[in-house]
Design a protein around this ligand. Sequence first.
Ligand code: ZN
Length: 299
Amino acid sequence: MPLSPSPVTGLHHVTAIAGEPARNADFYARALGQRMVKRTVNFDDPGTWHLYYGDETGAAGTVMTFFPWAHAPKGSVGAGQVSVTQYAVPPGALPFWRQRLPAEGARLVAEAETAFGETRAVFADPDGLLLALVEVEDPREPWTTDAIGPEHAVRGFHGVTLALTEGESTARILAEVFGYAEAGREAMGAGEAIRFRREGGVAPIVDLHVDPAMARGREGVGTVHHVAFSVPADAEQDRVREALIGLGLEVTPRIDRQYFHAIYTRTPGGVLFEVATETPGFATDEPVERLGEALKLPA
Ligand code: ZN
């Protein structure tokens, strides 16, 4: 039974694996101009950092999080992963970023690229993680810095691209449980890109890059670990959990992540999906104006 209307509101966060933590913080906070909204440890591996970057409050749909391991092996991007994380920037902002980011240790992967009618530039961050900056009208209030004004500042995520050898099983989850609808198809490399859009949501895009011949990705530095979709609170998360189980997926019980509650499922295409609550949010253990300043440890 499709979950209609779906309580999913779009993306919540993307979590990736980084190398050296200081370099990661310098790139995301200073070069890309995101606010460090939380500095904590990996709750499943408390000897390592967990760093969060987003807008002023760390609103759902803006939050990029990292597990930085200075000596971890490099991964490779491929099937079964989020291959590209898409950030929204204002129309006209790309020349600024094309000049700024390569001077900050990022590599411009694709100079001028259009996907689904949108102009974008794809960069590899200093660890090789792929970021697309997409020019798009986005009403969200940006976090700004002395070097990055509102005419250029990142608005949060536009969406993610999932690399898959088959799209059907993932499309079904997006359409039947998460409330996305197919919004176009176009050729991409040797395969095809299928765009899904969540009307009325924030960070509304999920693109499926489907290529049956694609090599499998290998987890490591410079790759995404999982993508989280957003629901308002526990009651909505319960409904999504039941619907995922109804599709035959295995879903974890609810896990308390201090700033949100999470459930996880490994999708048949290989990508790890999380469904996270907007509550209680990042201001639960420090005030909004001090977010990210102190190291926060779980109880
Ligand atoms: Zn997560």
